[in-house]
Design a protein around this ligand. Structure first.
Ligand SMILES: Cc1cc2nc3c(=O)[nH]c(=O)nc-3n(C[C@H](O)[C@H](O)[C@H](O)COP(=O)(O)OP(=O)(O)OC[C@H]3O[C@@H](n4cnc5c(N)ncnc54)[C@H](O)[C@@H]3O)c2cc1C
Length: 442
């Protein structure tokens, strides 16, 4: 794979997400060689994927080339590849483009969608973990509305305009809010033969409230915001099946829908080769100590969503959100600098900066410490924080202009079916679990 031989320690990083990027940034100017592997050549800002799915933003506003982020790092090498296996005895990784030795290995592979073993849901629902998946959802939504506009069969029209979302965590809530706004601001204007009442947005949640990870106070507020937007919320409802046409719940409810979005859970995305005490099987996460080192291994570390570090305050590990990933990446980067200078490493301490979710135009909910609030101020705060954390000045500017434009015009500018989504197409369904080897075989 043409990585030059190194006389300084080689640090191999798997995953250019929040954790991997934060780690590498801290090592700029150090005497190490860094090789970053990712199956995409860009960093994805996952918190805004739902805006790509609902035509609010173009994908290039929320993705940023990994090579560009590290342009100024010396002895940095990016390789577009899937890492398939870790050989801990020989300090080697096997990838879709060959094998490579490491001195230190950093695993920051995040999570993948969890279908809880339901094969038909995995087959027919629309997951939203990657940019290609978000684009699939965007195409499917727009295609289904186009089809609804031309059909005279009422049952078919109902099915095409019924949008069902599984999971009322932040992703599900944000998606539901954005779809409800689409109905309000765009449906009747763009499709004069369709009426607002024809389109339904259903949000299904197993627990007894929306936004279960957040405080009860903001959860009640978010539910009210969603209901005012016309979202139909079904709590304490468990989905048992989806056959491509009808969502069935355990208590016997049925929702005919051509668009079923699965936002009901994730599980760790470890790489094969590490097992035993190093893995927390149930969560698919690596068990790490306070320095993010994987238990039982001497030169392998895990960061972010795929790492499980327990403490008194977090007996089940940190939440799988961006802040722990960023903070762990930074802490380990600093610790590597210390280690290279012969100093002791500092244990990781998580600083909870709060949680937020937006529920359509002008409305968001925020939990920060003991403060729990919702409404327009929370929405401005949400926008500011998301712009701040977006990678790249260009992306921030474009996103800011897009949001301002949409705010003034009640519009979603990216309503384009660039690449039609076909459920039966094997090449597209393969994108559910992307594999870069196809790029090289083509
Ligand atoms: C739809 C959605 C919305 C979210 N909204 C929020 C939010 O509002 N706020 C918040 O704080 N958090 C949110 N999160 C969670 C947040 O995005 C994650 O916690 C965060 O991305 C974790 O960072 P990470 O670096 O551990 O993993 P990721 O950011 O997931 O990065 C993992 C990287 O590893 C690569 N990779 C994985 N396996 C391999 C392999 N075998 N070979 C090569 N490359 C590999 C992937 O391509 C990816 O680039 C959201 C997540 C999703 C999916």
């Amino acid at each position: 794979m043409n990585v030059p031989k190194s006389s300084v320690p080689r640090i191999v990083v798997i995953g250019g997400g929040f954790a991997g990027v934060s780690f590498i940034k801290k090592l700029r100017g150090q005497k190490v060689q860094i090789v970053l592997f990712d199956r995409h050549n860009y960093h994805t800002f996952q918190p805004l994927l739902y805006q790509v799915s609902t035509a609010g933003l173009e994908p290039d506003s929320i993705a940023y080339p990994l090579r560009k982020i590290f342009r100024k790092n010396l002895d940095f090498h990016f390789r577009l590849a899937e890492v398939e296996y870790i050989d801990t005895h020989n300090n080697t990784i096997d990838t879709s483009i060959g094998s490579l030795q490491y001195d230190y290995l950093i695993i920051a592979t995040g999570t993948r969608t969890n279908f809880f073993g339901n094969a038909s849901i995995a087959e027919y629902s629309m997951p939203m973990k990657t940019v290609p998946q978000a684009l699939n959802i965007r195409s499917l939504i727009l295609q289904n509305i186009e089809k609804a506009d031309i059909t005279v069969d009422q049952a078919e029209r109902r099915q095409l305009l019924n949008f069902v979302i599984a999971g009322a965590g932040p992703t599900g809530v944000e998606l539901a809010g954005a779809l409800a706004e689409f109905r309000k601001g765009i449906l009747e204007n763009d499709y004069p033969q369709l009426e607002e009442e024809d389109m339904h947005v259903h949000l299904i949640e197993g627990q007894d409230r929306v936004l279960p990870p957040m405080s009860e106070k903001v959860s009640i507020k978010a539910q009210k915001f969603l209901e005012n937007l016309g979202v139909q919320i079904h709590l304490e409802t468990f989905i048992s099946d989806y056959d491509g046409k009808t969502v069935t719940t355990k208590d016997g409810k049925k929702f005919d829908t051509a668009t079923f979005i699965w936002a009901a859970g994730v599980t760790g995305a470890p790489v094969k080769g590490i097992d035993g005490e190093a893995m927390v099987k149930k969560a698919n996460r690596y068990s790490v100590d306070q320095f993010n080192k994987i238990k039982g291994l001497k030169n392998i570390y895990a960061l972010g969503d795929v790492a499980l570090m327990t403490s008194e305050e977090y007996p089940k590990g940190h939440p799988q959100v961006a802040q722990p990933a960023i903070q762990q990446g930074k802490n380990l980067g600093k610790n590597f600098r210390k280690m290279l200078d012969g100093h002791k490493m500092e244990p990781f301490k998580y600083l909870d900066k709060g949680t937020m979710a937006t529920v359509g135009r002008n409305k968001a909910v925020v939990d920060i410490g003991k403060m729990h609030f919702g409404g327009a101020f929370a929405w401005f705060l949400w926008m500011f924080v998301h712009l701040w954390f977006l990678v790249g000045f260009r992306n921030r500017v474009i996103t800011f202009f897009n949001w301002t434009y949409s705010y003034i015009n009640y519009d979603k500018a990216a309503r384009l079916i660039i690449r039609p989504y076909k459920k039966s197409s094997p090449s597209l369904s393969k994108e559910k679990e992307p594999n870069t080897s196809s790029i090289f075989e083509a």
